[in-house]
Design a protein around this ligand. Structure first.
Ligand code: DC
Length: 233
C-alpha cells in the first residue's frame, strides 16, 4: 500500500537549495528521490518542441499526458529522458524553466503529472522536491520542509549552476527571471507554492549546504524507526 511508504517533502522557491537538500537526504537514508521540477521542465520542453502555445491549458495537458518521461536517479547524478531522448542538459536551460513555469499553471498539466509523481512513492521511502509536494501530491508526508532564500542569493546560485553548464547569464537578468517565476508559482490558482502549515521553514540565505542539511537532519530521528532506513536501489 503506497500510503505506508514514508515520504519527506521538500518544497521551496527556485534556487532555495531544495534539490540539494532532498538529494542528500535521499542518499543518506537510501530512499528514492523525486525531482518533480524535472517533470514540469520535461513538459515545458515537450510543449516547446511541439511549437504549442504554453498558455493553452488543454493542448499542454494533452502533451504532458502523452509524453514519456524517465528520470534515472543515481546518488551523484540524474538523467532525464523525454520520449527516449536524453534531455538532461536541455531541460535546465533558462528558456525551458520559463516555459515550465507557464505550463505548470494549468490544472490539465498538473493532473497529467500527478500519477507519475505518486508512482515514485516506493519502499523504503521517498524524498520529493518541488512546489506542492507537502500540500497536494503527498499531503500525508511524515516530514515537510519549506525552503526559502533571498532573491539575490538564489540568483547567484543559479548563475553558478549555469556557469558550470557553460552558460553565461547576467545576475540582474536572473534576479528578474526568478522574481517573475516566484510570482507565477505563488499566484497560480492550482497548487500554488505555499508553505504547508505543518512544514519546517528553513531560510538557506546565509547557510552552507552542510548547515542546511544538519538542520533538516535534526528533524529526522523523531520520524524514523530503524526499519525505515534502506539501501538505495
Ligand atoms: O524546481 P524547478 O525550477 O526545476 O521547476 C521548474 C518549474 O516547474 C517551476 O517554475 C514551477 C514548476 N513546478 C511546479 O509547478 N510544481 C512542482 N512540484 C515542481 C515544479
Amino acid at each position: 500500500m503506497p500510503e505506508a511508504v514514508p515520504v519527506i517533502a521538500v518544497d521551496g522557491t527556485a534556487g532555495s537549495g531544495k534539490g540539494t537538500l532532498a538529494r542528500n537526504l535521499a542518499n543518506e537514508l537510501g530512499w528514492h528521490y523525486l525531482d518533480s521540477g524535472a517533470l514540469y521542465r520535461a513538459a515545458g520542453l515537450a510543449v516547446l518542441q511541439a511549437d504549442t502555445d504554453p498558455d493553452d491549458g488543454a493542448a499542454c495537458g494533452g502533451i504532458a499526458q502523452a509524453m514519456q518521461v524517465e528520470i534515472e536517479t543515481r546518488p551523484e547524478s540524474i538523467r532525464i529522458l523525454l520520449d527516449g531522448t536524453d534531455v538532461t542538459t536541455r531541460v535546465r536551460a533558462p528558456e525551458v524553466g520559463r516555459v515550465a513555469s507557464r505550463v505548470s499553471v494549468h490544472p490539465e498539466v498538473r493532473r497529467a503529472l500527478l500519477d507519475h509523481q505518486r508512482a515514485a512513492r516506493r519502499m523504503p521511502g521517498l524524498v520529493a522536491d518541488g512546489r506542492d509536494m507537502g500540500t497536494v501530491v503527498f499531503p500525508d508526508a511524515c516530514l515537510k520542509f519549506h525552503l526559502i532564500a533571498s532573491l539575490e542569493v538564489r540568483a547567484r546560485r543559479r548563475q553558478h549552476q549555469l556557469e558550470e553548464m557553460g552558460i553565461n547569464a547576467r545576475l540582474n537578468t536572473l534576479i528578474d527571471e526568478l522574481n517573475q517565476r516566484d510570482l507565477q508559482d505563488m499566484r497560480r490558482g492550482e497548487s500554488p507554492l505555499v508553505q504547508a502549515p505543518d512544514a519546517c521553514l528553513i531560510d538557506t540565505s546565509e547557510q552552507s549546504i552542510e548547515e542546511v542539511h544538519a538542520k533538516a537532519r535534526a528533524c529526522l530521528p523523531g520520524i524514523l524507526t530503524p526499519s525505515d532506513k534502506g539501501t538505495h536501489p
